[in-house]
Design a protein around this ligand. Structure first.
Ligand SMILES: [Zn+2]
Length: 144
């Protein structure tokens, strides 16, 4: 899938770079979004700077229990809502619209998308039982 779910395990909610950096997050977010021309790296839409989001990309080593920050995506609010599918449901977003949007970008059927979501939740359940060690990598390097 081109546009995937990026579900954060329950055991590491809020342990993100945004919270870790505090005020400096805004500086970093602006720098990277500007470098990437405020263009969505998934759907290609270009919008006003304040409507583009910076999304953290994480890798999960299920054996070593390490959750590592591996980079960022400059994306639009809709693609971001799909990455955080569970949060979007809780926030009461229009899931019918988001489903259609995801199927469009991924060129898949609604059935295939629902199957994919089911698998993503299974993985989330498994990962939510692990106490993750968070590795932010070279934080200062992102500011250069
Ligand atoms: Zn997008």
């Amino acid at each position: 899938m081109k546009l995937e779910l990026h579900l954060i395990p329950q055991t590491s909610y809020y342990m993100n770079l945004r919270n870790h950096l505090g005020n400096r997050w805004g500086i970093l977010s602006k720098k990277i979004r500007s470098e990437r021309n405020y263009t969505c790296e998934i759907c290609g839409k270009q919008k006003e700077p304040q409507k583009m989001h910076l999304h953290e990309l994480w890798s999960f080593d299920d054996n070593l229990c390490i959750q590592k920050l591996i980079g960022f995506e400059c994306i639009c609010s809709i693609c971001h809502s799909i990455h955080h599918w569970g949060l979007s449901q809780l926030q009461g977003k229009n899931m019918i619209f988001l489903t259609k949007y995801a199927c469009d970008i991924n060129d898949c059927t609604e059935y295939e998308w629902k199957q994919y979501i089911g698998e993503a939740w299974q993985e989330w359940n498994r990962r939510s039982e692990i106490k993750w060690r968070i590795d932010f990598g070279d934080i200062e390097g992102y500011f250069k």
